[in-house]
Design a protein around this ligand. Structure first.
Ligand code: PHE
Length: 341
């Protein structure tokens, strides 16, 4: 084919395509024109490209260049038509003006909300606040004195096994000796009593860490609420009534609390506390009378004062309340799950 004929053919396609895209008023007619001119199988440009093979060898570079120019023109015409239809017609008049309805309600921003564990923590603070307990805080990175020694957990106690705790690699450098992520909020009992003379009446809520493999009921990080009351003449009966009031307030109906004998190095006697929930006994944490060794370790006189302490798992309380059966769901950060609470 002669070069002139080939170019003439291209020019015809170019003007026909421009006319077709300019005339197209909606996306359907744009599509018809697109298939007609740019279709990969039977499009007019594709057909013209085939003619390129029969152009004289010497004219091929020129022919190829013209072909590419025209292809770009047709694609630009297609793009212009698509943009025009998408924006609702020439100059923004017509279509877009017709469909704008000022009476439609606006789009509301989606509101975030508090994580179920945070909600539970707030509620527990509220309940215990009404019973006269104030909130105390302690660090999550602790030394062995606060996590163990002052709590009457001696050096050879299995609870101090490195396999049971997250010791920090930088620990050697610390003046306080090895450091670890606290394994219990009982650390805060010591921190508070070191700083304040009796009486004390505090709760502390926060994260604790244990190297457990995650499953439906275990997670290497979870939350505890610690309670501590030290005063003159505090008895086990006070402990039981506080826990009963606590459980009753949290569940919203009268609850029985049961003590089973247990052992913790920092309480004597020690108990596991259960509460009745829908006719089942549910274990909700450990408790007991503060061991005299602990009182002595913080400079209190065990002859003068006595106290009780308890430590409950917050996840467990939250999961029971909401019928959550797998603790891992709380920490996957899946908004579809979290939005339910
Ligand atoms: N610290 C204990 C635990 O983590 C719970 C506890 C706290 C028991 C206070 C008695 C008194 O298991």
């Amino acid at each position: 084919m002669a070069l002139a004929d080939f170019i003439q053919q291209l020019d015809d396609i170019s003007s026909a395509a421009k006319a077709a895209f300019d005339a197209a008023a909606d996306s359907d007619s744009i599509d018809v024109a697109r298939i007609d001119f740019l279709g990969a199988k039977n499009g007019k440009l594709k057909a013209a490209q085939k003619g390129l093979g029969s152009v004289d060898k010497a004219d091929k570079p020129e022919a190829g260049k013209r072909f590419n120019e025209v292809k770009n023109q047709v694609e630009a015409a297609f793009q212009a038509a698509s943009d025009r239809v998408a924006s609702g017609g020439a100059g923004g008049a017509g279509k877009s003006a017709e469909i704008f309805d000022p009476t439609l309600p606006g789009k509301r921003p989606r509101l975030g909300h508090l994580h179920p564990i945070t909600q539970t923590i707030d509620e527990l603070k509220d309940i215990m606040g009404r019973l006269g307990f104030s909130v105390a805080d302690g660090p999550e990175i602790e030394d062995e004195r606060h996590n163990f020694e002052a709590l009457n957990i001696p050096a050879d106690h299995p609870a101090r096994d490195p396999l049971e705790n997250f010791y920090l690699a930088t620990a050697q450098k610390s003046q306080a000796g090895p450091l670890l992520l606290r394994s219990q909020t009982s650390t805060v009992q010591i921190r508070v009593m070191e700083e304040t003379p009796p009486p004390v009446r505090i709760i502390s809520l926060g994260r604790v860490y244990r190297p457990d493999t995650a499953d439906a009921t275990h997670y290497p990080m979870f939350h505890q609420i610690e309670g501590l009351l030290v005063d003159t003449k505090v008895t086990m009966a006070d402990l039981k009534s506080v826990l009963r009031l606590f459980a009753t307030s949290y569940l919203g109906h009268d609850v029985h609390v049961r003590f089973r004998p247990s052992f913790f190095p920092f309480t004597e006697p020690s108990v596991e506390a259960d509460m009745s929930w829908n006719d089942n006994w549910i274990e909700f944490g450990g408790a007991g009378m503060v061991d005299p060794n602990v009182l002595s370790a913080v400079g209190y006189d065990p002859e003068e004062v006595s106290g009780f302490a308890f430590g409950l798992g917050i996840e467990r309380l939250c999961m029971r309340r909401h019928n959550i059966t797998d603790i891992r769901d709380l920490y996957k950060n899946d908004v579809r799950f979290l939005h339910q609470f």
